[in-house]
Design a protein around this ligand. Structure first.
Ligand SMILES: [Zn+2]
Ligand SMILES: [Zn+2]
Length: 332
């Protein structure tokens, strides 16, 4: 009998195109599950991995916005997952459970973390192995391919928004995959949201207004109102001093990207007045468990462009060129 095989898009080293590989379907070990991928989103972080800007173990199958169904459990399964369950698999694929960060509820900062699609194979494939304890059970309303962008773009947006506390108004810098999900969430909470895009990106500005943003314009223009918080989802470090100038006393600038170009010098006066700059790193499982019901309740949807799995390189290029409004999804 022929051995059952899977298809994976493999990155051998930074700067290489992904390579289509057919190989045996791996068996889940104790504590793991085998998941059949329904869809996997392409995240900016995947581009950083491909560009060598975010470390990874090579060769690697990228992809950490995975929606799929459990098709096999490893030996001695613990937990409640069963075959047929819809799960989301996100960036945090493992944490040690014993380091000071894990023990203080900050597994996102774990000293010995595992990251899906970076330290172990991710979802640009027909099948993926994951630790059962790090799979997020998907509510029935999210048991569909369209939920994939929620698993990183949405989650990071959620974590950044929580970091903003009760801030109102909020500025969103970089109105892409995360920005267009977090904006309706914040607006639904009764906050005013201003969207800052690349100069001349009138399409994204129109989308922002359509989603209920009070203002949308170029990040080169001064904010029309003083902000309580600025969430930066773009990877351009020059946005940090710009956002800092836009926040009022006590305001916070939250950098949500995993990689950013260098931040230019700026006068201390722009930081003074108890303004803060901070970053969001990775995710906790609690972020996912609190966010998914919220996403259902607020009816969050992404604009999605689908690509077949085998067209991963073309899809990645489209994301890189900024030709995708919202999210790009690979479907096996
Ligand atoms: Zn740890
Ligand atoms: Zn991501």
């Amino acid at each position: 009998m022929a051995m059952a095989t899977m298809i994976a898009m493999v990155l051998d080293a930074p700067g290489q195109p992904l390579r289509r590989v057919e190989r045996p379907i791996p068996q889940p070990k104790a504590g793991e599950v085998l998941v059949q991928v329904v869809a996997c989103g392409i995240c900016r972080t995947d581009l950083h991995i491909i560009d060598g800007e975010v470390p990874a173990h090579f060769p690697i199958v990228p992809g950490h916005e995975i929606v799929g169904r459990v098709i096999a459990l490893g030996p001695r399964p613990s937990g409640t997952l069963a075959c047929g369950d819809w799960v989301g698999i996100a960036w945090l694929g493992h944490s040690c459970g014993t380091c000071p960060y894990c023990r203080s509820g900050r597994e996102n900062l774990c000293d010995q973390p595992g990251f899906t699609g970076a330290t172990h194979d991710g979802g640009f494939a027909t099948h993926v192995i994951a630790e059962a304890a790090y799979c997020l059970p998907l509510p029935p309303a999210l048991a569909m391919a369209e939920a994939a962008p929620l698993l990183c773009a949405g989650l990071i947006g959620w974590r950044a928004l929580r970091r903003a506390g009760q801030a109102d108004p909020i500025g969103i810098y970089g109105f892409g995959a995360a920005g267009h999900l977090v904006a309706p969430l914040a607006i639904g909470q009764g906050r005013r949201v201003l969207a800052f895009t690349r100069p001349g990106d009138t399409a994204r500005q129109a989308l922002a207004r359509e989603l209920g943003c009070a203002w949308a314009g170029s990040s080169e223009t001064a904010s029309p109102v003083a902000l309580d918080a600025a969430l930066i989802f773009a990877s351009d470090g020059a946005l940090v001093p710009k956002a800092l100038q836009a926040v009022r006393k006590g305001g916070r600038v939250i950098c949500a990207g995993i990689h950013m170009s260098d931040i230019p010098n700026f006068p201390y006066a722009d930081l003074w007045g108890e303004r803060e700059i901070c970053s969001i790193a990775n995710l906790t499982r609690e972020d996912g468990l609190s966010f998914l019901p919220m996403a259902v309740a607020s009816g969050l949807t992404s604009r999605i462009t689908y690509f077949p799995l085998g067209d991963a390189n073309r899809a990645i290029q489209a994301v890189r060129d900024g030709r995708i409004d919202g999210a790009a999804l690979l479907r096996p």
